[in-house]
Design a protein around this ligand. Structure first.
Ligand code: PAF
Length: 299
C-alpha cells in the first residue's frame, strides 16, 4: 500500500525533506514501484537498514543518506534469522508509529516494512555465510548471527537496489561483515560507515539501552571510559596486554561481565598486539541482562 503522494519531479538539488510526505511500502510490488519512481526523480537511492525502535543513531544514518543527495529508503524488519533460539526475539522493542514519525522528520523518502513471509518465503534455500570478519567475537558469542545479518542485508540490497547503504560503526564487526560480503559478491553498491552516536555521558546509543535499570544506566558509560583509557595507555607506550587486562579488571569491578575486550585489525577483526593504522579496540560486556557493544579507533 502506498500512503502519501507519488511526486513527479524533484528540483535538481533537492533532497527529500520533512515537507514532502514519505512513502510506505509493505509489499514487494509497492516497493519496486516506489523505488523506480524515486530513482527517476532523485537519481540515486540510499538505504538505511534497521530493525526499528529508532534512536538518534538511526536518525543520523538517515540524515547521512539524505545529505548524500539520494532519495533515502529505510527498512524496518526485525530479522528472525539473526536471533538464536535462546535469544528473545519477542523482547526486541517495536514502535512502528514512533519510527515512522522519526523517519519522516529526517527526510526519509520511503519506508520498507516487509513481513517475515516476504523476506523468507517458504521453499527458499539460500543463506549467506561470510567467513573472515564474521569469525571470532560476536561470531563466537552469537553463532549464526552474521549469517542472518548477511542474508537479510543481501535480500534488502536486492529488493531496494540502493547505490549506497549506511551502517553505524557502533556494530563494527557487522559493518566489516557487510563490507566483505559486498566486495566478495561484487554487489553494485557502496557501504558507508557512520560514526557511533553517543549520549552526553558517552554511552553508545542502542535500542537495547532502554532495558538498563537506573543503576545500570548510571554505570554503563564506564564501558567507553575504559576503552578510551586503554587507547590512551597504548598510545603512551604501555604494552597492549597490560592495557587490556587493566580495562577488563576495572569493568569487572564495576559489575560488567566482559565477554571480550580486544585490539583488532579494523577490517579483518584479527587480534593484534600493538596499535596500528585502522586498528580498533572492541568490546562486548553484559550489565545485568543487557549486552552492550562498543568500539573505538586505536591507531
Ligand atoms: O544493525 C541492525 O539493526 C541489523 O543487524 C540490520 C543491519 C538492520 C540487519 O537486520
Amino acid at each position: 500500500m502506498l500512503i502519501g503522494p507519488v511526486r513527479n519531479r524533484l528540483p535538481e538539488t533537492a533532497v527529500w525533506t520533512k515537507f514532502r510526505r514519505m512513502l510506505i511500502a509493505r509489499t514487494l510490488s509497492d516497493l519496486r514501484q516506489s523505488c523506480a519512481r524515486l530513482r527517476l526523480q532523485a537519481g540515486a537511492l540510499a538505504l538505511v537498514p534497521t530493525m526499528g525502535a529508532l534512536h538518534e543513531g538511526h536518525r543520523t544514518l538517515v540524515r547521512a543518506g539524505v545529505a548524500s543527495g539520494a532519495a533515502t529508503v529505510a527498512s524496518i524488519f526485525v530479522n528472525p534469522l539473526q536471533f538464536a533460539p535462546t535469544e528473545d526475539l519477542s523482547r526486541y522493542p517495536r514502535d512502528e508509529a514512533g519510527d515512522l514519525a522519526a523517519l519522516e522528520a529526517e527526510g526519509c523518502a520511503l519506508v520498507w516494512l516487509p513481513d517475515v513471509a516476504t523476506m523468507y518465503p517458504p521453499g527458499e534455500a539460500t543463506t549467506i555465510v561470510v567467513g573472515g570478519p564474521s569469525e571470532r567475537w560476536e561470531g563466537d558469542a552469537r553463532p549464526g548471527h552474521f549469517r542472518g545479518v548477511a542474508t537479510v542485508c543481501a535480500k534488502l540490497f536486492g529488493q531496494v537496489r540502493p547505490d549506497r547503504a549506511f551502517f553505524g560503526e557502533k556494530d563494527w564487526q557487522q559493518l566489516q561483515v557487510v563490507q566483505r560480503m559486498v566486495a566478495d559478491l561484487l554487489l553494485p553498491l557502496t557501504i558507508v560507515g557512520v560514526p557511533t552516536v553517543r549520549e552526553a555521558d558517552g554511552l553508545a546509543m542502542s535500542s537495547r539501552n532502554r532495558f538498563l535499570s537506573v543503576t545500570e544506566r548510571a554505570t554503563a558509560p564506564a564501558l567507553i571510559a575504559a576503552l578510551r583509557t586503554a587507547v590512551e595507555r597504548m598510545s603512551s607506550g604501555m604494552p597492549v596486554p597490560g592495557c587490556l587486562d587493566e580495562a577488563r579488571l576495572s569493568l569487572e569491578q564495576k559489575g560488567f561481565d566482559v565477554g571480550y575486550l580486544a585490539l583488532v585489525e579494523g577490517a579483518t577483526l584479527v587480534p593484534i598486539d600493538r596499535p596500528q593504522l585502522g586498528a580498533r579496540l572492541i568490546t562486548a560486556a553484559k550489565l545485568g541482562s543487557v549486552r552492550l557493544l562498543d568500539n573505538i579507533a586505536a591507531g
